[in-house]
Design a binder for this molecule. Structure first.
Ligand code: CP
Length: 315
């Protein structure tokens, strides 16, 4: 594939949130990711498509999957990558987000991927910078490439049919940018979405979301096509939301007994990192029904598609 193949008009300078994508744009991006998935299965997993382009990975919050897979994705397209974290940058000496971003832009990148603990940080940089900005996760707000890779994984599993499918999202929804992005994207494509969490881990305003909300896991999981477990974000917990982890695990940890209530070939997803035994049992995390590692490899292909669309777009 070369840059001239990008005849599809991609109107977005940045990818900040899935709410900016139409169903047609989403499906185009997923089709493209499938073509990149083919490249990822070859013995030599590299094409010259983005040779001469530069991608900066600016991760002011820790990451394993997102940071590594963007790096792998860019390199498989022959782009040059440079990574910067909070502790190894001058942010640790007090440099502001604005000055850090302007400094990075002065080196001429085509795309900056940013992760930040503040909701809205990626949007702030997109307004400030001329290069493309990809949101690699900002606070509780959005994680668009995670939702796109989850969508890619489910589309392959469901052989392209979203309509008539039901997904249960289970766990710490209040603090989850993954849940927010997935609810929007998957319901836009026709998936029925259920949420199950303790009341204290549901976000304010959830009544306005296009979802059904359950407090009881056995009821929530009945006849679903897939369950997405979410990490209990212990580092973001405020005092009093979850006084008893053992009680949480007893009521909300997905195990084989729960999965038996779902459809026969129901699948399990988790964006990672996992708290085994807290939100997902060991046995289920490693079961054949688990798509957790498929999600990781889908992340490379999906992020290749995102980088390709942004780095080759024409105004
Ligand atoms: N799913 C996800 O964002 O994982 P990382 O925090 O490891 O990037």
């Amino acid at each position: 594939m070369n840059a001239d193949d990008n005849r599809y008009f991609w109107p977005h300078k940045d990818l900040l949130d899935v709410t900016q994508l139409s169903p047609e744009e989403t499906l185009h991006l997923l089709d493209l990711a499938e073509r990149f998935q083919d490249i990822n299965r070859r013995p030599v997993k590299k094409v010259p498509t983005l040779k001469g382009k530069t991608v900066v990975l600016f991760f002011a919050e820790n990451s394993t999957r997102t940071r590594t897979s963007f790096d792998v994705a860019a390199k498989r397209l022959s782009a040059d990558t440079y990574a910067l974290g909070k502790s190894d940058s001058s942010i640790s000496k007090g440099e502001t987000l604005k000055d850090t971003a302007l400094t990075l832009q002065a080196m001429g990148p085509d795309v900056i991927v940013v992760r930040h603990s503040n909701s809205g940080a990626a949007g702030y940089l997109a307004d400030l910078l001329n290069c493309s900005v990809v949101n690699g996760g900002d606070g509780w707000h959005a994680h668009p490439t995670q939702a796109l890779l989850d969508c890619f994984t489910l589309r392959q599993t469901w052989e392209g049919n979203f309509s008539g499918r039901t997904l249960l999202i289970l766990g710490d929804i209040a603090h989850s940018r993954v849940a927010r992005s997935n609810v929007h994207l998957l319901s836009m494509l026709g998936v029925s979405v259920r949420l199950c969490a303790p009341r204290t881990l549901l976000p304010a305003g959830v009544d306005a979301w296009p979802v059904e909300v359950y407090a009881d896991l056995k009821q929530a999981v009945r006849d679903v096509d897939a369950v997405m477990c979410l990490r209990l974000q212990l580092e973001r917990q405020q005092a009093g939301l979850l006084p008893d982890l053992a009680e949480y695990s007893r009521r909300f940890c997905l195990d084989a007994g729960h999965l038996a209530l779902a459809k026969t070939r129901a699948k399990v997803l988790h964006p990672g990192p996992l708290n085994r035994g807290l939100e997902i049992s060991d046995a289920i995390a490693d079961a054949p029904a688990s798509l957790i590692l498929e999600q990781v490899s889908a992340g490379v292909a999906t992020r290749m598609a995102v980088l390709y669309l942004l780095a080759t777009r024409r105004d």
